[in-house]
Design a protein around this ligand. Structure first.
Ligand SMILES: Nc1nc2c(c(=O)[nH]1)N[C@@H](CN(C=O)c1ccc(C(=O)N[C@@H](CCC(=O)O)C(=O)O)cc1)CN2
Length: 290
């Protein structure tokens, strides 16, 4: 049996982070200021706590200022809107994100809409989504941006390739489609209700699995030689404990050309791209003030 090449997102993200840290040092030496990232976490979701902790450590390691706001699950919409208003006005904060998912009583769309689009380092604000869709400078959502970097590093020019994206979320599926269209791919967005999903996936040169269901994409959904990007991070029972699996049945994907592992694939790229977006927001502010 052939063995698909493993796309090492962890190593790629480490290289990006080192480059970003060097740029932050150079900017601090030149301008005497450094980028600041504010992260708002509401509630006790265990996975979100892990991700927010990882964001804090990565931000500090890159020489940026980290402003963490960990709030109780019962925090009201009004209190959060007030906090976002303060962060928008704070000159030391260049990037703001609200960690998702939020407790059910909160309106995530309204909170994201309250973030200054120039500080929206998640790229979830409709202004940034619209800018991306119309080919203008935008803050690009971190996970799809990370997927694009891995694809371009592995394949080079993506022109003319058929990309099938399984998943239509605002966070991954839709912005991923915009990025791949801009890179001259032919793009199909599929989802759990698409007819003949397995056959559709078999037509993909690039298969992006972002559906949030453990190992839903089986080996016989993958065209031999295809490049597979697995965005899923699913914790499943394993013996007495748990383990992480993606949306792709990794063990059945040996005939792919290349595949991202879970963990160690797309996940670390999400955080590296968050640092990149924060640096971009900072640079744009410096340029606007010059
Ligand atoms: N406001 C946001 N909320 C969420 C986002 C986001 O981009 N913005 N994405 C995800 C969670 N996420 C970042 O927030 C994220 C997920 C996974 C990883 C990661 O590095 N995963 C590791 C495994 C970690 C583990 O052991 O659990 C890996 O894949 O190697 C980083 C960030 C939802 N919410």
């Amino acid at each position: 049996m052939t063995q698909a090449q493993r796309i090492d997102g962890k190593a790629f993200a480490a290289g990006m982070t080192a480059r970003i840290a060097a740029e932050v040092t150079a900017l601090r030496d030149a301008a005497g200021v450094e980028p600041g990232l504010a992260v708002v976490l509401v509630g006790q979701d265990p996975a979100s706590q892990v991700y927010v902790g990882a964001k804090h450590r990565a931000t500090v390691a890159a020489g940026m200022r980290s402003f963490e706001h960990r709030l109780p699950a019962e925090t009201s919409q009004t209190v959060l809107l007030d906090l976002i208003g303060q962060l928008n006005a704070d000159p030391n904060v260049h990037g703001i994100l609200v960690q998702l998912p939020l407790p059910a009583h909160l309106d995530a769309s309204a909170l994201i809409a309250a973030i200054d689009p120039s500080k929206d380092v998640d790229g979830f604000h409709v202004i940034n989504a619209g800018r991306l869709a119309t080919g203008q400078d935008a803050m690009v959502p971190c996970t799809p941006l990370g997927c694009l970097f891995l694809l371009q590093d592995h394949l080079g020019d993506l022109s003319g390739l058929h990309a099938v994206i399984v998943g239509r979320s605002n966070i991954v599926g839709k912005p991923m489609a915009q990025l791949l269209l801009a890179a001259n791919c032919t793009v199909t967005i599929a989802h759990s209700k698409s007819r003949n999903l397995a056959a559709l996936c078999r037509t993909a040169d690039i298969l992006i699995a972002a559906v949030g269901r453990p190992e839903m994409v089986r080996g016989d959904w993958i065209k031999p030689g295809a490049t597979v990007i697995d965005v899923g991070i699913n914790r499943i029972p394993d013996g007495d404990g748990t383990r992480l699996v993606g949306d792709v049945a990794f063990a059945e994907a040996g005939h792919a050309g290349a595949i991202t592992p879970v963990p160690g694939g797309v996940g670390p790229m999400t955080i590296a791209c968050l640092l990149q977006n924060t640096l971009t927001a900072f640079r744009r502010k410096l340029a606007a003030e010059a």
